[in-house]
Write a protein that binds this ligand. Structure first.
Ligand SMILES: [Zn+2]
Length: 294
């Protein structure tokens, strides 16, 4: 009798695992970490981006693991990590997919909604578009406005370092910008559903994607996501948002300009924010920086 029960339980477990297990490895990347502007990410009291992304990541990991996905996190504590370190880590654990978690803020505090950034290249773009659409579907169901799945190009391929470095490692990656911390209606959603609600939305989307055809091919290795090298560029069609240099850039040295960009890098649209400022204002920031005050 006892043996029969055990056999039955083993059978049930086997069937359950066979149905729920996913062959692939997903790396969750809680954006930012460490001190300073880049470390903290967007700050809008009482919210700090690096803490929100870590909170979502922990809950997302649990949901994905419960569904049978093998999950790793690029960081589990408040520590700085470069974008290429994150991509190299994903490669080192055999990731099929990297999901980078972020929140937005804008200089003029007038932007709203959720968006997903994807690679513009090959099957990396196919994965980004499909997974990104599912993520935005879930987030918009919570009341956030979907700004769409976007790509942005820089001189060396994909503009965003996390995506560019991951693609160079052969790991498809997306960046989820959940909402704008400095916009009232976005904050209302965050306060209502909490990081748990956002993590659940992400988990539902990722599991949905992995269960579909592209997700299955990605995990079983039949989808070609070989590294995209800068040498093979440009191979872009139907993309939007190619980087156009700001007209203000001409008023500064390249070093000054890159420092200015770095001040708003966490927003994901530094140039757009800088364009709302005057040359004099920006010069003042540079003077403070030169004097060691900023
Ligand atoms: Zn961020």
């Amino acid at each position: 009798m006892k043996k029969t029960v055990l056999t039955l339980m083993t059978l049930i477990m086997t069937v359950f695992l066979a149905q729920s297990a996913f062959a692939g490895v997903v790396v969750i990347d809680p954006g930012h970490g460490g001190i300073g502007t880049e470390g903290s990410g967007a700050i809008y009291a009482p919210y700090v981006e690096k803490a929100l992304t870590l909170s979502i990541a922990e809950q997302l990991r649990m949901e994905l693991a419960n569904a049978g996905v093998t999950v790793y996190m690029t960081r589990e504590v408040d520590t700085p990590m470069s974008l290429d370190q994150r991509a190299a880590y994903a490669k080192s654990v055999g990731a099929n997919l990297m999901v980078s978690l972020h929140f937005n803020a804008s200089g003029p505090h007038d932007k709203t909604g959720c968006e997903v950034w994807s690679s513009a290249f090959g099957n990396h773009a196919v994965v980004g578009r499909q997974l990104g659409s599912q993520v935005l579907g879930q987030l918009s169901a919570l009341g956030l406005e979907s700004k769409g799945v976007k790509v942005k190009l820089g001189d060396r391929g994909d503009f965003y370092g996390l995506i560019r470095n991951s693609v160079a490692q052969g790991v498809p990656a997306i960046i989820i910008e959940h909402c704008f911390l400095d916009y009232p209606t976005d904050r209302a959603v965050l306060e209502r559903v909490g990081t748990a609600g956002l993590a659940h939305a992400d988990a539902t989307a990722i599991i949905g994607f992995l269960s579909g055809g592209t997700g299955q091919s990605l995990m079983n290795g039949t989808l070609d996501v070989s590294p995209v090298s800068a040498a093979s560029l440009p191979a872009v069609s139907g993309t939007v948002g190619a980087a156009t240099p700001s007209p203000l850039a001409a008023s500064f040295t390249p070093q000054e300009w890159s420092w200015l960009l770095s001040q708003w890098a966490y927003t994901g649209n530094a140039e757009a924010i800088i364009n709302t400022k005057s040359v004099a204002e920006l010069r003042q920031l540079l003077d403070l920086h030169a004097a060691g005050k900023l």
